[in-house]
Each structure stands twice: as structure tokens, then as C-alpha cells.
Write a protein that binds this ligand. Sequence first.
Ligand code: THU
Length: 135
Amino acid sequence: MVDDTLMHALVQAARAARERAYAPYSKFAVGAALLDEHGRLHAGCNVENAAYPQSQCAEASAIAHLVLTGARRIVAAAVVGVAPQPVTPCGGCRQRLREFAADDMPIWVADLAEVRARHTLGQLLPASFGPEHLS
Ligand code: THU
């Protein structure tokens, strides 16, 4: 169970990561933060590239950091972006999160002022394919 304090810590970490985004092409900065199975936070930002398809989403950056520390589970996530609609993870990132998370993993979507939505991974990626299909 992830309490309000942890949710706010995640959102704040995602906001801080968003400040570091490298998004000169889209100008659309995104930050993400993940809570691992040890209670540690991992943040990431989007990193774009002049060869546009080589750009990396904020969630992917945060996952790389989580894996690098030896963690293997994502217990909760926050994504921060500024847009008219809440900035939910893109389709590819939903699958990336799925690799390390259960269907009931909460994903908070926030902007600079407030938390705008709470979803579970299962809501964003229903009937998904995952590692257990291969075992
Ligand atoms: N972006 C993310 O970092 N995460 C998402 O889930 C949605 C999109 C980034 C990719 C690109 O650098 C910019 O936002 C515009 O699409």
C-alpha cells in the first residue's frame, strides 16, 4: 500500500526530473519517478535526439536507473507533464513498466500544480503480455 506521503514524494521527484528533460525538438518535457521494492525512488526525464526515433521517454530513463541499482520491481509510478489532458505514459512505456510491475501498480499523473489522475497499470494496459508468458 502506497500512502499519500510516498505519492507526494514520487510526484515531487518526477517534477524535479522533468526540469532536467532534454527536449529541444518537441519542447515537451516529461519527468517520471518509480518506487521500487526496497522503498527507493528512481527518477528519469525524456532525452530526445536529432535522429528523432532515437529519443527516450522519461519512464524508460527511470526504469534504467531502477534496474541499474539492482531493483527488479516497480511498486508505484508518477509521471509529470504539462498539457491540457493529463500526461499518461505512452503505449510503449506502459509495456516497459509492465515488465517490472503488477496490474494493480498505481500510476499517478500530475502537472506542476496538482495530481490529475490515478490509474493502475492494468487499466492502462489491459490483458497485457508479460514475462510469465515466456516461462
Ligand atoms: N514522452 C515521455 O517522455 N513519456 C511519455 O509517456 C509520453 C511522451 C516524451 C517523448 C518525447 O520526448 C516528448 O514526450 C513528446 O512526445
